[in-house]
Design a protein. Structure first.
Length: 388
């Protein structure tokens, strides 16, 4: 039987659709699809929205998403940024807030702020808590997704092993699910642009990561910590990364690398506000590049070219025809990175003579991970063995 998440995604994508059409899209029998739709109706997630004529005489009944029946909250954060959204069942954002960046503050302080953000988001959306399925929290890895725990001492040692999901759930009274931010961005893009698509997402915010959607399903690997694009080596003899490898993409071309290179240039250093973190720094250098600063443009171009080299490796591994850029670092620079990646992928992807690989920006580069985090809550419910 197809997963209820896949069926719901197809209904969301098509708006109003018959069970016959759903069966044809998935390859399952109409009887099987009827059972799946009935389960979604029992969960109060879909309802009948009309009929269309049928060649067999009896009109086909159409089903659609019951958009306002339930809501999910999505939060994205790393050390340098945060975004919160409330999403309805149709994937529509009904409230949004920028969150205070955690910085180097302890988990307890940040979790209290996230709980307050949840309260304010629900107030903005005028949504009662009893209609909220849960909170999805998209953040960096490595992480233990099932336990809701970070497995890294970043940004400070206090975060390693902290019961993130349990703490936030206690603070909000709402179930919390943790997801890798790049994977969440892929799920968010899928929610906004197509149920059964296959693509890789290149995610850049405080650092660089990647997610992969294959035939509508997120690729997770053994521990849900795969596709660490930022730790693909682009310089075998380069400086050693904290991960133990040498010449990692993140240390060569990520926001921290761009910031360090800019601060080493007295003219470019003045473009960066005192005390700014890597994300704010790359955004400042990016704006300078767009304003015509040649040195800033050179830095951004070098970052984009190295990112493209690592992305070629990713595309070659999975034979993917679509690359989507997401993350706050692409807020202004998205078109610049997109064009550089497209040019290099057109020249260097192994299967370029068989199929094209298209590079594009996410529908909303800043909110994709938060929207995906919200959607994860719904996916977890529908893919649970305890689902009715």
């Amino acid at each position: 039987m197809p997963t209820l998440a896949v069926v719901l995604s197809l209904i969301r994508e098509r708006g109003a659709v018959s069970r016959v059409e759903l069966a044809g899209a998935t390859g399952f029998t109409q009887a099987t699809m009827t059972r799946a739709v009935r389960k979604l109706e029992d969960l109060d997630l879909v309802h009948e929205v009309g009929t269309v004529p049928s060649n067999q005489g009896k009109p086909r009944r159409l089903v659609g998403i019951k958009a306002d029946a339930r809501y999910m909250i999505g939060l994205q954060f790393d050390a340098y940024s945060g975004t919160g959204v409330v999403v309805d069942l149709a994937g529509g954002v009904v409230a949004q807030r920028d969150l205070i960046a955690p910085g180097l503050r302890p988990p307890e302080t940040v979790i209290a702020e996230l709980a307050e953000a949840v309260r304010l988001l629900l107030k903005d959306a005028a949504v009662p808590r009893d209609r909220v399925l849960g909170v999805g929290l998209a953040t960096y890895g490595p992480q233990d997704r099932k336990a809701g725990v970070l497995l890294t001492p970043q940004p400070t040692p206090d975060w390693q092993g902290h019961p993130l999901a349990v703490s936030l759930s206690k603070a909000t009274g709402i179930p919390v699910a943790v997801e890798n931010d790049a994977t969440a961005a892929g799920i968010g893009i899928q929610t906004l642009s197509g149920a059964a698509s296959s693509f890789v997402v290149v995610y850049m915010c405080g650092g660089i990561g990647a997610g992969l959607i294959l035939d509508g399903q997120p690729y997770r690997g053994v521990t849900s910590n795969g596709l660490e694009l930022g730790h693909i080596s682009v310089d075998a003899l380069g400086p050693q990364c904290t991960c133990g490898n040498r010449g990692c993409l993140d240390t060569a071309a990520g926001p921290t690398a761009v910031m360090e290179q800019a601060l080493a240039d007295p003219l470019l250093a003045g473009r960066i506000e005192s005390g700014a973190g890597p994300l704010a720094a790359i955004l400042s250098i990016g704006r300078a590049a767009l304003d015509g600063d040649a040195a800033a443009a050179d830095l951004i171009d070098a970052s984009a070219q190295k990112l493209a080299i690592a992305t070629v490796t990713l595309v070659n591994l999975f034979d993917i025809g679509r690359v989507v850029l997401a993350g706050r670092a692409f807020a202004d620079l998205g078109p610049t990175y997109r064009d550089t990646l497209q040019a290099i992928l057109d020249q260097a992807v192994f299967m370029r003579h068989v199929h094209a690989t298209r590079v594009e920006l996410a529908p909303d580069v800043t909110q994709a991970a938060a929207i995906g985090a919200a959607t994860v809550v719904l996916r977890n419910l529908l893919e649970s063995p305890d689902a009715p």
